[in-house]
Write a protein that binds this ligand. Structure first.
Ligand SMILES: O=C(O)C[C@H]1C=CC(=O)O1
Length: 94
């Protein structure tokens, strides 16, 4: 099952820089692990924003929820999820 996920990162300005850097390093490692596993298929930066648009390929709503919940930046993100279906005009059917 494919999902488009938008993540807007909102780290509090009061968070010490070294704490933010440590969380971001863990986030990077976790996201790269999921990308290597083929579960996080696309990761794009939105131009001019501290946000991303991603495509996830997972077995269920529950798997995606667990994955997002485990992101180290989860407490500091606003997340929107859109489930995707095949478009009848697309030449690629997944
Ligand atoms: O920077 C972001 O968009 C948030 C998050 C997503 C992957 C990652 O490494 O950080």
């Amino acid at each position: 099952m494919l999902y488009m996920v938008e993540m807007v990162v909102k780290i509090p300005h009061t968070m010490p820089a070294e704490v933010a850097a440590e969380i971001k390093a863990r986030e990077k490692a976790y996201s790269q692990q999921l990308q290597k596993e083929g579960k996080w298929r696309h990761l794009w930066r939105v131009v001019g924003e501290y946000s991303n648009v991603s495509i996830f390929d997972v077995a269920s709503n529950d798997e995606l929820h667990t994955m997002l919940n485990n992101l180290p930046l989860f407490p500091y993100m606003e997340i929107k999820v859109k489930p995707l279906a095949n478009h009848p005009s697309s030449i690629v059917q997944e």
